[in-house]
Design a protein around this ligand. Structure first.
Ligand code: GLN
Length: 491
Protein backbone atom coordinates (compact mmCIF):
# COMPACT_ATOMS: atom_id res chain seq x y z
CA UNK A 1 0.00 0.00 0.00
CA UNK A 2 1.13 3.54 -0.71
CA UNK A 3 1.79 5.14 2.64
CA UNK A 4 0.26 8.42 1.48
CA UNK A 5 -3.09 6.66 1.05
CA UNK A 6 -3.29 5.83 4.76
CA UNK A 7 -5.84 7.41 7.08
CA UNK A 8 -4.66 9.14 10.25
CA UNK A 9 -5.71 6.25 12.45
CA UNK A 10 -3.98 3.69 10.25
CA UNK A 11 -0.78 5.75 10.08
CA UNK A 12 -0.90 6.47 13.79
CA UNK A 13 -0.96 2.78 14.57
CA UNK A 14 2.00 2.01 12.30
CA UNK A 15 3.98 5.00 13.59
CA UNK A 16 3.45 4.09 17.23
CA UNK A 17 4.50 0.51 16.61
CA UNK A 18 7.58 1.73 14.80
CA UNK A 19 6.61 -0.06 11.58
CA UNK A 20 6.90 3.13 9.57
CA UNK A 21 8.59 6.43 10.30
CA UNK A 22 7.08 9.86 9.91
CA UNK A 23 9.86 10.64 7.45
CA UNK A 24 8.82 7.70 5.23
CA UNK A 25 5.20 8.79 5.43
CA UNK A 26 6.17 12.39 4.66
CA UNK A 27 8.32 11.34 1.69
CA UNK A 28 5.38 9.37 0.28
CA UNK A 29 3.11 12.39 0.60
CA UNK A 30 5.70 14.74 -0.93
CA UNK A 31 6.25 12.30 -3.81
CA UNK A 32 2.52 12.28 -4.49
CA UNK A 33 2.46 16.08 -4.54
CA UNK A 34 5.47 16.06 -6.84
CA UNK A 35 3.88 13.67 -9.32
CA UNK A 36 0.28 14.91 -9.27
CA UNK A 37 0.15 18.55 -8.40
CA UNK A 38 1.19 19.65 -11.87
CA UNK A 39 -2.22 18.56 -13.01
CA UNK A 40 -4.28 19.13 -9.83
CA UNK A 41 -2.88 22.41 -8.49
CA UNK A 42 -4.04 21.90 -4.93
CA UNK A 43 -1.06 23.72 -3.42
CA UNK A 44 -0.04 27.36 -3.46
CA UNK A 45 3.08 26.60 -1.42
CA UNK A 46 4.77 23.25 -0.76
CA UNK A 47 6.97 23.25 2.34
CA UNK A 48 9.05 20.18 1.55
CA UNK A 49 12.21 21.10 3.47
CA UNK A 50 10.33 22.18 6.59
CA UNK A 51 8.20 19.05 6.35
CA UNK A 52 11.25 16.78 6.33
CA UNK A 53 12.69 18.55 9.38
CA UNK A 54 9.37 18.29 11.22
CA UNK A 55 9.10 14.61 10.32
CA UNK A 56 12.54 13.93 11.73
CA UNK A 57 11.66 15.74 14.94
CA UNK A 58 8.43 13.72 15.10
CA UNK A 59 10.37 10.48 14.71
CA UNK A 60 12.61 11.39 17.64
CA UNK A 61 9.56 12.14 19.75
CA UNK A 62 7.79 8.95 18.64
CA UNK A 63 10.78 6.91 19.73
CA UNK A 64 10.40 8.42 23.20
CA UNK A 65 6.62 8.59 23.56
CA UNK A 66 5.57 5.35 21.82
CA UNK A 67 1.88 4.64 22.43
CA UNK A 68 1.59 7.77 24.56
CA UNK A 69 2.34 9.93 21.50
CA UNK A 70 -0.26 12.58 20.64
CA UNK A 71 -2.71 11.36 17.96
CA UNK A 72 -1.37 13.63 15.20
CA UNK A 73 2.35 13.29 15.91
CA UNK A 74 4.20 12.84 12.62
CA UNK A 75 1.08 13.09 10.42
CA UNK A 76 1.48 15.15 7.19
CA UNK A 77 -1.20 17.82 6.78
CA UNK A 78 -2.13 20.51 4.27
CA UNK A 79 -3.56 23.81 5.49
CA UNK A 80 -5.83 26.19 3.58
CA UNK A 81 -3.94 29.34 2.73
CA UNK A 82 -6.26 31.47 4.87
CA UNK A 83 -4.88 30.09 8.15
CA UNK A 84 -1.84 32.01 9.42
CA UNK A 85 1.32 29.94 9.57
CA UNK A 86 4.32 31.53 11.24
CA UNK A 87 7.17 31.93 8.76
CA UNK A 88 5.20 30.31 5.92
CA UNK A 89 3.58 32.52 3.27
CA UNK A 90 -0.18 32.89 3.73
CA UNK A 91 -1.71 34.35 0.59
CA UNK A 92 -5.48 33.77 0.76
CA UNK A 93 -4.90 33.13 -2.97
CA UNK A 94 -4.87 36.90 -3.44
CA UNK A 95 -2.39 39.26 -5.09
CA UNK A 96 -2.99 41.42 -2.03
CA UNK A 97 -1.19 38.92 0.23
CA UNK A 98 1.01 37.21 -2.35
CA UNK A 99 4.19 37.92 -0.35
CA UNK A 100 2.72 38.03 3.14
CA UNK A 101 4.53 35.90 5.72
CA UNK A 102 2.71 35.91 9.06
CA UNK A 103 4.82 36.58 12.15
CA UNK A 104 2.58 34.31 14.23
CA UNK A 105 0.62 31.07 14.11
CA UNK A 106 -3.16 30.78 14.21
CA UNK A 107 -4.40 29.05 17.37
CA UNK A 108 -5.30 25.95 15.35
CA UNK A 109 -1.68 25.80 14.11
CA UNK A 110 -0.36 26.14 17.66
CA UNK A 111 -2.57 23.23 18.64
CA UNK A 112 -1.55 21.07 15.68
CA UNK A 113 2.13 21.95 16.12
CA UNK A 114 1.96 21.08 19.81
CA UNK A 115 0.88 17.60 18.70
CA UNK A 116 3.75 17.50 16.20
CA UNK A 117 2.06 17.48 12.79
CA UNK A 118 4.11 17.77 9.61
CA UNK A 119 3.05 20.74 7.46
CA UNK A 120 3.46 19.77 3.79
CA UNK A 121 1.98 22.93 2.33
CA UNK A 122 -0.67 25.59 2.01
CA UNK A 123 -3.63 24.98 -0.26
CA UNK A 124 -5.34 26.95 -2.98
CA UNK A 125 -8.71 28.59 -2.46
CA UNK A 126 -11.05 31.17 -3.89
CA UNK A 127 -9.56 34.58 -3.12
CA UNK A 128 -10.29 35.45 0.53
CA UNK A 129 -12.57 32.37 0.63
CA UNK A 130 -15.18 33.99 -1.62
CA UNK A 131 -16.43 31.41 -4.07
CA UNK A 132 -17.47 27.81 -4.59
CA UNK A 133 -15.01 26.49 -7.16
CA UNK A 134 -11.44 27.87 -6.56
CA UNK A 135 -11.80 29.59 -9.93
CA UNK A 136 -11.61 32.88 -8.05
CA UNK A 137 -8.06 32.14 -6.89
CA UNK A 138 -5.75 34.88 -8.17
CA UNK A 139 -3.17 32.20 -9.04
CA UNK A 140 -4.78 29.17 -10.70
CA UNK A 141 -7.81 26.89 -10.58
CA UNK A 142 -7.55 23.65 -8.64
CA UNK A 143 -8.72 20.56 -10.57
CA UNK A 144 -11.02 17.90 -9.20
CA UNK A 145 -9.00 14.67 -8.80
CA UNK A 146 -12.04 12.70 -10.02
CA UNK A 147 -12.17 14.62 -13.30
CA UNK A 148 -9.65 17.31 -14.03
CA UNK A 149 -12.01 19.21 -16.30
CA UNK A 150 -14.19 19.85 -13.26
CA UNK A 151 -13.94 22.09 -10.21
CA UNK A 152 -13.12 20.65 -6.78
CA UNK A 153 -15.68 22.99 -5.19
CA UNK A 154 -14.66 25.86 -2.98
CA UNK A 155 -13.61 27.91 -1.43
CA UNK A 156 -11.38 25.29 0.26
CA UNK A 157 -10.97 23.39 -3.02
CA UNK A 158 -7.22 22.89 -2.64
CA UNK A 159 -7.60 21.21 0.75
CA UNK A 160 -10.38 18.93 -0.49
CA UNK A 161 -8.48 17.97 -3.64
CA UNK A 162 -5.25 17.35 -1.69
CA UNK A 163 -6.97 14.88 0.64
CA UNK A 164 -8.89 13.19 -2.20
CA UNK A 165 -5.65 12.78 -4.17
CA UNK A 166 -3.68 11.47 -1.17
CA UNK A 167 -1.43 14.53 -1.29
CA UNK A 168 -1.99 14.97 2.45
CA UNK A 169 -3.26 12.67 5.18
CA UNK A 170 -5.66 15.38 6.31
CA UNK A 171 -6.27 19.07 5.72
CA UNK A 172 -7.88 22.10 7.30
CA UNK A 173 -10.29 24.45 5.58
CA UNK A 174 -12.63 27.24 6.55
CA UNK A 175 -16.38 27.37 6.08
CA UNK A 176 -18.34 30.64 5.94
CA UNK A 177 -21.23 29.45 3.78
CA UNK A 178 -20.22 25.92 2.83
CA UNK A 179 -16.54 26.13 1.96
CA UNK A 180 -15.60 22.94 3.79
CA UNK A 181 -18.68 20.81 3.21
CA UNK A 182 -19.29 21.63 -0.47
CA UNK A 183 -15.73 20.85 -1.68
CA UNK A 184 -15.68 17.77 0.57
CA UNK A 185 -18.84 16.60 -1.21
CA UNK A 186 -17.50 17.35 -4.68
CA UNK A 187 -14.18 15.58 -3.99
CA UNK A 188 -15.60 12.57 -2.13
CA UNK A 189 -14.00 13.18 1.29
CA UNK A 190 -15.29 13.91 4.79
CA UNK A 191 -15.52 17.59 5.78
CA UNK A 192 -16.91 19.20 8.90
CA UNK A 193 -17.88 22.69 9.87
CA UNK A 194 -18.02 22.78 13.66
CA UNK A 195 -20.50 24.87 15.67
CA UNK A 196 -19.72 28.58 15.47
CA UNK A 197 -17.50 29.16 18.51
CA UNK A 198 -16.05 25.66 18.73
CA UNK A 199 -12.78 26.47 16.99
CA UNK A 200 -10.77 29.61 17.60
CA UNK A 201 -10.70 32.03 14.68
CA UNK A 202 -7.53 33.68 15.98
CA UNK A 203 -5.15 33.76 13.02
CA UNK A 204 -7.83 32.85 10.47
CA UNK A 205 -7.80 35.70 7.94
CA UNK A 206 -11.30 37.14 8.38
CA UNK A 207 -13.95 36.98 5.65
CA UNK A 208 -17.27 37.21 7.52
CA UNK A 209 -16.55 37.07 11.21
CA UNK A 210 -19.99 35.99 12.42
CA UNK A 211 -19.98 33.01 10.03
CA UNK A 212 -16.35 31.84 9.61
CA UNK A 213 -15.30 28.57 11.20
CA UNK A 214 -12.26 26.31 10.69
CA UNK A 215 -12.70 22.56 10.29
CA UNK A 216 -11.17 19.30 9.04
CA UNK A 217 -11.01 17.47 5.70
CA UNK A 218 -10.29 13.77 6.18
CA UNK A 219 -10.48 10.43 4.43
CA UNK A 220 -12.95 8.95 6.90
CA UNK A 221 -15.17 9.83 9.85
CA UNK A 222 -12.82 8.50 12.52
CA UNK A 223 -10.12 10.85 11.27
CA UNK A 224 -12.61 13.72 11.30
CA UNK A 225 -13.20 13.09 15.03
CA UNK A 226 -9.45 12.96 15.71
CA UNK A 227 -8.73 16.28 13.98
CA UNK A 228 -11.79 17.95 15.45
CA UNK A 229 -10.69 17.03 18.95
CA UNK A 230 -7.23 18.45 18.22
CA UNK A 231 -8.38 21.88 17.01
CA UNK A 232 -11.34 22.67 19.32
CA UNK A 233 -11.33 24.39 22.67
CA UNK A 234 -11.71 27.77 24.28
CA UNK A 235 -9.26 30.47 23.28
CA UNK A 236 -9.18 33.78 25.15
CA UNK A 237 -7.76 35.42 22.00
CA UNK A 238 -11.05 34.92 20.15
CA UNK A 239 -13.94 36.61 21.95
CA UNK A 240 -16.45 34.36 20.16
CA UNK A 241 -14.69 31.16 21.18
CA UNK A 242 -16.89 29.05 23.44
CA UNK A 243 -15.88 27.71 26.85
CA UNK A 244 -17.69 24.39 26.26
CA UNK A 245 -15.69 21.28 27.16
CA UNK A 246 -14.30 19.23 24.25
CA UNK A 247 -15.75 15.70 24.21
CA UNK A 248 -13.73 12.63 23.37
CA UNK A 249 -15.11 12.41 19.83
CA UNK A 250 -13.08 9.41 18.64
CA UNK A 251 -14.85 7.45 21.41
CA UNK A 252 -18.26 9.11 21.04
CA UNK A 253 -18.66 8.25 17.38
CA UNK A 254 -18.94 4.54 18.03
CA UNK A 255 -22.12 4.87 20.08
CA UNK A 256 -25.13 3.08 18.61
CA UNK A 257 -27.47 5.28 16.57
CA UNK A 258 -30.59 3.20 17.22
CA UNK A 259 -33.40 5.45 18.45
CA UNK A 260 -31.89 8.70 17.15
CA UNK A 261 -34.39 10.85 15.25
CA UNK A 262 -33.46 12.32 11.89
CA UNK A 263 -35.36 15.10 10.12
CA UNK A 264 -35.55 15.34 6.35
CA UNK A 265 -36.23 18.99 5.43
CA UNK A 266 -38.81 19.23 2.68
CA UNK A 267 -37.30 22.48 1.39
CA UNK A 268 -33.96 20.82 0.62
CA UNK A 269 -35.37 18.45 -1.98
CA UNK A 270 -37.09 21.00 -4.19
CA UNK A 271 -36.43 22.45 -7.60
CA UNK A 272 -32.83 22.47 -8.77
CA UNK A 273 -31.67 19.24 -7.22
CA UNK A 274 -30.20 16.68 -9.58
CA UNK A 275 -32.60 13.69 -9.41
CA UNK A 276 -29.69 11.23 -9.23
CA UNK A 277 -28.16 13.16 -6.32
CA UNK A 278 -31.53 13.06 -4.58
CA UNK A 279 -31.74 9.32 -5.19
CA UNK A 280 -28.29 8.71 -3.67
CA UNK A 281 -29.16 10.75 -0.59
CA UNK A 282 -32.53 9.04 -0.15
CA UNK A 283 -30.89 5.63 -0.42
CA UNK A 284 -28.45 6.64 2.33
CA UNK A 285 -31.35 7.79 4.51
CA UNK A 286 -33.06 4.41 3.98
CA UNK A 287 -29.89 2.65 5.07
CA UNK A 288 -29.82 4.73 8.26
CA UNK A 289 -33.47 3.87 8.87
CA UNK A 290 -32.45 0.24 8.57
CA UNK A 291 -30.15 0.79 11.56
CA UNK A 292 -33.07 1.84 13.73
CA UNK A 293 -32.83 5.59 13.18
CA UNK A 294 -36.29 7.17 13.15
CA UNK A 295 -36.73 9.30 10.04
CA UNK A 296 -39.40 11.97 9.67
CA UNK A 297 -40.13 14.95 7.44
CA UNK A 298 -39.49 18.40 8.87
CA UNK A 299 -39.97 21.87 7.49
CA UNK A 300 -37.53 24.77 7.56
CA UNK A 301 -39.90 27.36 6.08
CA UNK A 302 -37.46 30.29 5.80
CA UNK A 303 -34.94 28.33 3.71
CA UNK A 304 -35.93 30.35 0.65
CA UNK A 305 -34.53 33.49 2.27
CA UNK A 306 -31.20 32.03 3.41
CA UNK A 307 -29.28 32.87 0.25
CA UNK A 308 -30.39 36.53 0.23
CA UNK A 309 -29.70 36.83 3.94
CA UNK A 310 -26.23 35.36 3.60
CA UNK A 311 -25.40 37.55 0.63
CA UNK A 312 -26.13 40.66 2.68
CA UNK A 313 -24.45 39.62 5.93
CA UNK A 314 -21.31 38.01 4.48
CA UNK A 315 -20.44 40.89 2.09
CA UNK A 316 -21.24 43.47 4.79
CA UNK A 317 -18.79 41.84 7.18
CA UNK A 318 -16.29 41.32 4.37
CA UNK A 319 -16.40 45.00 3.42
CA UNK A 320 -15.45 45.90 6.99
CA UNK A 321 -12.84 43.15 7.36
CA UNK A 322 -11.13 43.89 4.06
CA UNK A 323 -10.81 47.61 4.79
CA UNK A 324 -7.47 46.81 6.41
CA UNK A 325 -5.81 46.11 3.05
CA UNK A 326 -4.80 49.67 2.34
CA UNK A 327 -1.24 49.10 1.10
CA UNK A 328 0.20 50.86 4.11
CA UNK A 329 0.62 48.35 6.88
CA UNK A 330 1.12 45.10 5.00
CA UNK A 331 0.26 43.35 1.80
CA UNK A 332 0.43 44.64 -1.74
CA UNK A 333 1.10 48.36 -2.19
CA UNK A 334 0.81 50.15 -5.53
CA UNK A 335 4.03 52.08 -6.07
CA UNK A 336 3.00 54.71 -8.54
CA UNK A 337 0.43 56.68 -6.53
CA UNK A 338 0.57 60.43 -6.11
CA UNK A 339 -1.89 61.07 -3.31
CA UNK A 340 -3.15 59.04 -0.37
CA UNK A 341 -6.52 58.40 -2.03
CA UNK A 342 -4.78 57.47 -5.22
CA UNK A 343 -2.64 54.98 -3.26
CA UNK A 344 -5.73 53.39 -1.71
CA UNK A 345 -7.60 53.10 -4.94
CA UNK A 346 -4.68 51.75 -6.94
CA UNK A 347 -3.66 49.28 -4.23
CA UNK A 348 -7.18 47.96 -3.81
CA UNK A 349 -7.96 48.18 -7.52
CA UNK A 350 -4.90 46.14 -8.45
CA UNK A 351 -4.66 43.88 -5.39
CA UNK A 352 -8.22 42.48 -5.28
CA UNK A 353 -9.86 40.27 -7.90
CA UNK A 354 -13.31 40.90 -9.34
CA UNK A 355 -15.31 38.67 -6.95
CA UNK A 356 -13.74 40.30 -3.90
CA UNK A 357 -14.49 43.73 -5.33
CA UNK A 358 -18.08 42.68 -6.00
CA UNK A 359 -18.48 41.63 -2.35
CA UNK A 360 -16.92 44.86 -1.03
CA UNK A 361 -19.25 46.93 -3.21
CA UNK A 362 -22.35 45.00 -2.17
CA UNK A 363 -21.35 45.02 1.50
CA UNK A 364 -20.49 48.71 1.59
CA UNK A 365 -23.78 49.54 -0.07
CA UNK A 366 -25.76 47.37 2.36
CA UNK A 367 -24.15 49.12 5.33
CA UNK A 368 -24.40 52.66 4.03
CA UNK A 369 -26.57 55.27 5.63
CA UNK A 370 -30.13 55.07 4.37
CA UNK A 371 -29.76 51.45 3.27
CA UNK A 372 -28.59 49.88 6.52
CA UNK A 373 -32.12 49.32 7.86
CA UNK A 374 -33.46 48.06 4.55
CA UNK A 375 -30.70 45.53 4.01
CA UNK A 376 -28.39 44.77 6.90
CA UNK A 377 -30.87 45.15 9.76
CA UNK A 378 -33.50 43.21 7.84
CA UNK A 379 -31.03 40.44 7.05
CA UNK A 380 -30.19 40.16 10.74
CA UNK A 381 -33.89 39.76 11.54
CA UNK A 382 -34.34 37.07 8.90
CA UNK A 383 -31.22 35.39 10.28
CA UNK A 384 -33.09 35.02 13.59
CA UNK A 385 -36.05 33.44 11.78
CA UNK A 386 -33.77 30.95 9.99
CA UNK A 387 -32.17 29.97 13.30
CA UNK A 388 -35.64 29.63 14.84
CA UNK A 389 -36.68 27.19 12.07
CA UNK A 390 -33.83 24.90 13.05
CA UNK A 391 -34.56 25.31 16.75
CA UNK A 392 -38.13 24.25 16.18
CA UNK A 393 -37.09 21.25 14.10
CA UNK A 394 -34.62 20.22 16.81
CA UNK A 395 -37.48 19.93 19.29
CA UNK A 396 -38.58 16.91 17.27
CA UNK A 397 -35.39 15.50 15.80
CA UNK A 398 -31.75 15.08 16.88
CA UNK A 399 -30.25 16.06 13.53
CA UNK A 400 -31.16 17.08 9.99
CA UNK A 401 -30.13 15.01 6.97
CA UNK A 402 -29.97 16.41 3.44
CA UNK A 403 -27.73 16.68 0.40
CA UNK A 404 -24.60 18.81 0.76
CA UNK A 405 -24.86 20.13 -2.77
CA UNK A 406 -27.63 19.91 -5.35
CA UNK A 407 -25.25 18.65 -8.02
CA UNK A 408 -21.99 16.79 -8.42
CA UNK A 409 -18.82 18.68 -9.43
CA UNK A 410 -19.51 21.06 -12.30
CA UNK A 411 -17.24 21.85 -15.22
CA UNK A 412 -14.55 24.50 -14.96
CA UNK A 413 -15.94 27.68 -16.53
CA UNK A 414 -19.57 26.57 -16.26
CA UNK A 415 -20.66 29.00 -13.52
CA UNK A 416 -17.86 31.55 -13.44
CA UNK A 417 -19.64 34.20 -15.52
CA UNK A 418 -22.87 33.96 -13.59
CA UNK A 419 -22.38 34.92 -9.93
CA UNK A 420 -25.92 33.90 -8.97
CA UNK A 421 -25.55 30.35 -10.30
CA UNK A 422 -22.23 30.14 -8.41
CA UNK A 423 -23.94 31.41 -5.23
CA UNK A 424 -26.64 28.75 -5.63
CA UNK A 425 -23.94 26.08 -5.15
CA UNK A 426 -24.24 26.65 -1.39
CA UNK A 427 -27.98 26.54 -0.99
CA UNK A 428 -27.92 23.58 1.41
CA UNK A 429 -24.85 24.58 3.39
CA UNK A 430 -25.20 28.26 4.10
CA UNK A 431 -28.34 28.08 6.30
CA UNK A 432 -26.16 26.14 8.77
CA UNK A 433 -23.67 29.01 8.89
CA UNK A 434 -26.41 31.61 9.20
CA UNK A 435 -27.73 29.68 12.22
CA UNK A 436 -24.25 28.86 13.60
CA UNK A 437 -24.84 25.10 13.50
CA UNK A 438 -22.38 22.24 12.99
CA UNK A 439 -22.54 20.25 9.76
CA UNK A 440 -20.66 17.34 8.27
CA UNK A 441 -20.47 16.05 4.70
CA UNK A 442 -19.43 12.58 3.63
CA UNK A 443 -19.62 10.69 0.34
CA UNK A 444 -22.76 8.59 -0.23
CA UNK A 445 -22.52 7.41 -3.82
CA UNK A 446 -21.38 8.24 -7.32
CA UNK A 447 -23.38 9.92 -10.06
CA UNK A 448 -21.79 9.76 -13.51
CA UNK A 449 -18.59 8.67 -11.80
CA UNK A 450 -18.53 11.69 -9.47
CA UNK A 451 -19.07 11.71 -5.69
CA UNK A 452 -22.29 12.84 -4.02
CA UNK A 453 -22.28 14.44 -0.56
CA UNK A 454 -24.57 13.48 2.32
CA UNK A 455 -24.92 16.20 4.96
CA UNK A 456 -25.93 16.05 8.61
CA UNK A 457 -26.71 19.33 10.38
CA UNK A 458 -26.86 19.29 14.17
CA UNK A 459 -27.81 21.21 17.28
CA UNK A 460 -25.28 23.73 18.58
CA UNK A 461 -22.31 21.93 20.14
CA UNK A 462 -23.72 18.53 19.26
CA UNK A 463 -20.97 17.42 16.88
CA UNK A 464 -21.08 14.07 18.73
CA UNK A 465 -24.44 13.12 17.23
CA UNK A 466 -23.28 14.14 13.75
CA UNK A 467 -20.16 12.02 14.03
CA UNK A 468 -22.16 9.04 15.33
CA UNK A 469 -24.54 9.25 12.38
CA UNK A 470 -21.74 9.74 9.87
CA UNK A 471 -19.76 6.85 11.32
CA UNK A 472 -22.79 4.57 11.37
CA UNK A 473 -23.52 5.41 7.76
CA UNK A 474 -19.91 4.86 6.74
CA UNK A 475 -19.98 1.41 8.37
CA UNK A 476 -23.30 0.32 6.89
CA UNK A 477 -22.54 1.62 3.42
CA UNK A 478 -19.24 -0.22 3.53
CA UNK A 479 -17.87 1.81 0.64
CA UNK A 480 -14.80 3.92 0.29
CA UNK A 481 -14.41 6.57 -2.35
CA UNK A 482 -11.14 6.97 -4.20
CA UNK A 483 -10.58 8.64 -7.56
CA UNK A 484 -8.47 6.81 -10.12
CA UNK A 485 -5.29 8.81 -9.86
CA UNK A 486 -3.53 8.78 -13.16
CA UNK A 487 -0.77 11.29 -13.52
CA UNK A 488 -2.72 13.32 -16.06
CA UNK A 489 -1.44 15.96 -18.42
CA UNK A 490 -0.24 19.15 -16.77
CA UNK A 491 -2.87 21.89 -16.90
N1 GLN B 1 -19.39 30.09 -1.56
C1 GLN B 1 -19.75 30.93 -0.46
C2 GLN B 1 -19.27 32.33 -0.71
O1 GLN B 1 -18.79 32.56 -1.76
C3 GLN B 1 -19.16 30.40 0.82
C4 GLN B 1 -17.70 30.60 0.90
C5 GLN B 1 -17.15 30.09 2.20
O2 GLN B 1 -17.75 29.31 2.91
N2 GLN B 1 -15.99 30.63 2.53
O3 GLN B 1 -19.38 33.21 0.08
Amino acid sequence: MNLNALTIHQAQDLLRRGEISSLQLTEAVLAQIESLDESIHAFVTVTAAEARAQAQAADARLAQDGVAAPPLLGIPAAIKDVVSTKGVRTTCSSRMLEDYVPPYDATVMEKLNAQGIVLVGKTNMDEFAMGSSTEHSAFFTTRNPWDRERVPGGSSGGSAAAVAADQAIFALGSDTGGSIRQPAALCGVVGMKPTYGRVSRYGLVAFASSLDQIGPFTKDVTDCAIVLEAICGHDPRDATSAPNPVPNWPEALKQDVRGLRLGVPREYFGAGIDPEVEQAVRTAIDQLAGLGVAVEDVSLPHTDHALATYYIIAPAEASANLARYDGIRYGYAAQDAETMWDAYSRTRGQGFGSEVKRRILVGTHALSSGYYDAYYLKAQKVRTLIAADFQEAFERVDAIVCPTSATVAFKIGERIDDPISMYLSDLYTLPGNVAGLPGVSQPCGLVQGLPVGLQFIGKPYDESTLLRLAYAYEQVSGKSYKPALSQGAPH
